[in-house]
Ligand binder design. Structure first.
Ligand code: ZN
Length: 365
């Protein structure tokens, strides 16, 4: 069985108006730059995979957009109606930092559809594992409020569809995007069948969510895990956190499938994060969750692209992840690799990060 790669050019056509980074253009803000969540951060990953030949080794597919029924399992009808109406009228803004243009609704539904098809295909045994390169991203999207470039919660729509079709009940989500997966947390907060784990830079975005004491509510208590890290954490800290906290939590939960909210903004080059991960960090983390999936759930692993705003570095990080996921021996060496490895935290800082991991392990294990 092969690795599936779900993507669609129309996802790269999603656009959000005239911005210079997150500032609306006007007054003293000179036009240019565009939103950090740009098509190029994602499209250049696909392009480098074409150039190296990695893409040709995968089963590359598109998918149907998520249906209104699919979206309605996660999002409020009032929000979906307003989103569709504004999208048809040319676009606008319904939340916080989520501008969209005409057909924004259709593109967001397609993005969720790619994630949904990726998960369904792995659960049906059609593919060994899968990567969905979709856009707009999803993990900040709340049931009734879009934020942080996220309009529809792609992973939540995929999981609820899989559950509705009887493909799986117990699913673990590991969100290693540098920002807190607040939307996914909110959607599954009371649900003991979906374990949500978010590792993120503390108090980055959103500035007021992601604390370790938010652990789920009601029957879902214990099934939401926030692992906030101080800025400056890098390769060794992320791998130590995986080994000491995340993998033991996965083993305890015994999922039927593992879904990764695969952001690359914990990378050292990212303009919206302050972490020091390298290409090798993402490769190693992928290897660890792949091994965990093989141990726990017949290798069922689905990765869904989230943030990551360095147009030049995300493609190398993503290529490394997909090399590892697929097991294909095709490499795209990171030109910044040696530089970033040389700039990791020193021993004193590392001891500080390890003490934070010990605190988190004490809390959750
Ligand atoms: Zn992010």
């Amino acid at each position: 069985m092969t690795t599936a790669f779900y993507t669609d050019e129309r996802c790269f056509w999603h656009h959000g108006g005239n911005y210079a980074l997150t500032m609306p253009v006007g007054g003293l803000v000179q036009p240019g730059g565009g939103l950090p969540e740009s098509p190029e951060t994602k499209r250049r990953l696909k392009n480098v995979m074409e150039v190296t030949g990695l893409m040709a080794r995968l089963d590359t597919r598109s998918a149907a957009p998520a249906t209104r029924e699919d979206l309605g399992r996660v999002h409020d009808a009032g929000y979906l109606d307003a989103f569709k109406a504004m999208s048809d009228a040319g676009g606008g803004e319904l939340g916080l930092r989520t501008p969209f243009g005409r057909d924004g609704y259709e593109t967001a539904a397609l993005s969720a559809g790619l994630a949904t098809a990726a998960l369904a295909s792995v659960l049906r045994g059609e593919h060994r594992n899968a990567y969905a390169l979709s856009r707009p991203p999803g993990h900040h999207a709340l049931p009734d409020f879009p934020n942080g470039f996220c309009l529809i919660n792609n992973i939540a729509v995929a999981i609820r569809a899989a559950q509705a079709h009887g493909l799986a009940r117990r699913v673990a989500v590991i969100d290693w995007d540098v920002h807190h997966g607040n939307g996914t947390e909110a959607i599954f907060l009371r649900d003991p069948e979906v374990l949500t784990i978010s590792v993120h830079q503390e108090w980055n975005y959103p500035t007021d969510t992601g604390g370790a004491m938010v652990r789920g509510e009601g029957r879902g208590h214990g099934y939401n895990v926030n692992l906030p890290l101080p800025p400056g954490a890098g390769h060794a800290t992320y791998l130590e956190l995986m080994e000491r906290v995340i993998l033991p939590l996965l083993r305890r939960f015994e999922p039927e499938a593992i879904v990764i909210a695969c952001g690359f903004d914990a990378g050292a080059m990212d303009p919206l994060g302050r972490m020091l991960c390298t290409t090798e960090t993402f490769r190693s983390m992928t290897g660890m969750v792949k091994a965990a999936a093989e141990e726990l759930c017949q290798g069922r692993l689905v990765m869904v692209h989230e943030g990551g705003y360095s147009e030049v570095h995300v493609p190398f990080c993503g290529h490394a992840v997909i090399e590892e996921l697929s097991g294909e021996p095709i490499r795209a060496p990171d030109p910044l690799g040696a530089t970033l490895i040389a700039r990791q935290p020193g021993p004193e800082a590392q001891a500080f990060f390890s003490s934070r991991i010990s605190e988190l392990a004490g809390l959750f294990l």
